[in-house]
Design a protein around this ligand. Structure first.
Ligand code: ZN
Length: 129
């Protein structure tokens, strides 16, 4: 991987944006389904315990722009560099959306959005006015 590729990695020929610490505040949304609910719950609880990030509700339904069931972790730039590698190492197949909270919801969920694992298509209609 060259330096020009920092933060990106090619997967199946498609370039996926990987998390980089460029903003003050972030969410990570851990995606799961009926088979991985407990795995996601444990992962998020462990992240909260280890890094002091704020764990949201484990939504066994679709909420916000998310096309899968999800659990939110809220954290900031000071927690990013320890949390993100840990999350990547322990997600065990779960896909995670990482986005900053800059105040621009549409940009945060498009150009600023990054992924651990496979990206998913978000429902952005709520951010388009
Ligand atoms: Zn979010």
């Amino acid at each position: 991987m060259g330096t020009a590729d920092q933060g990106k990695r090619s997967e199946g020929g498609v370039s996926v944006q990987r998390p980089r610490n460029l903003h003050a505040k972030y969410h990570a949304h851990v995606y799961f389904d009926e088979n991985t609910t407990e795995q996601a719950r444990v992962l998020c609880a462990e992240a909260a315990r280890l890094f002091g990030v704020v764990m949201g509700r484990v939504h066994e339904k679709l909420v916000g722009p998310h096309p899968h069931w999800s659990c939110q972790l809220a954290f900031d730039a000071t927690q990013f560099d320890r949390l993100i590698p840990w999350l990547d190492a322990h997600r065990a197949g779960l896909n995670v959306l990482v986005h900053p909270n800059t105040g621009d919801n549409l940009a945060d969920h498009t150009t600023h959005a990054s992924w651990l694992g496979e990206p998913a298509e978000l429902n952005l209609s709520r951010f388009r006015t």
